[in-house]
Write a protein of this length. Structure first.
Lengths: 114, 112
């Protein structure tokens, strides 16, 4: 459908589990982002990567660990999560790391922490 | 840093009516103002954007206006249809930050 894919689309995990979210973009973009979207809250920027280098960590707890092996792939490793971490996790990419570029979002991973 | 306020948080209209969503921003250096639409269960997608060198931009039934002096911009949807029902996010970019700042979103409900 679009150039940004995310897997899995849905994930249920216990607080002691370890899981990873995957994002892939086929648009040739250089910047990639992780956002958290909770009900009744604005989009929360979590991490930003530019040319696979992390440029922003928006005070995210260490139980979320990002990885960007190349400009096309982005992972979010999860461990020891809390129920309040349940949310929709959106990956996005943009041509360049500038706030004047369109952000292309993936379909998101609906995460439920039990 | 930039601060974007968006109102209202919820907007309910009858099919055929117009809908207006308003945003204000704080960084006078911002010069790029996109609007994203997120339908239920789907990803946010850019529907229209405006840059500070223009005051208004239209695309069929949607239009965006920008008042740089007052630091506010608005999304106007005319002849609303049920498929316009979604959450709409405004954003501001091009100022001091290299990442756009999003508003909190407006849930638009169009009743048939």
């Amino acid at each position: 459908e679009t150039g940004v894919t995310q897997t899995p689309r849905h994930l249920v995990m216990g607080m002691t589990n370890k899981k990873s979210l995957k994002c892939e973009q086929h648009l040739g973009h250089n910047a990639m982002y992780w956002y958290k979207q909770s009900a009744k809250k604005p989009l929360e920027l979590m991490f930003v990567y530019n040319f696979k280098e992390q440029t922003e960590n928006n005070s995210v707890p260490s139980r979320f660990s990002p990885e960007c092996p190349n400009s096309s792939h982005l992972f979010l490793h999860l461990h020891t999560l809390q129920p309040e971490d349940s949310a929709l996790y959106l990956c996005a990419s943009s041509q360049a790391l500038t706030s004047e570029n369109e952000q292309y979002f993936g379909p998101g991973t609906r995460l439920t922490v039990t | 840093g930039e601060n974007v306020e968006q109102h209202p948080s919820t907007l309910s209209v009858q099919e055929g009516d117009s809908a207006v969503i308003k945003c204000t921003y704080s960084d006078s250096a911002s010069n790029y103002f996109p609007w994203y639409k997120q339908e239920l269960g789907k990803r946010p997608q850019l529907i229209i954007d405006i840059r500070s060198n223009v005051g208004e931009k239209k695309d069929q039934r949607i239009a965006v206006t920008l008042n740089k002096t007052a630091k506010h911009f608005s999304l106007h949807i005319t002849e609303t249809q049920p498929e316009d029902s979604a959450v709409y996010f405004c954003a501001a970019g091009g100022g001091g930050s290299y990442i756009p700042t999003f508003g909190r979103g407006t849930s638009l409900i169009v009743h048939p």
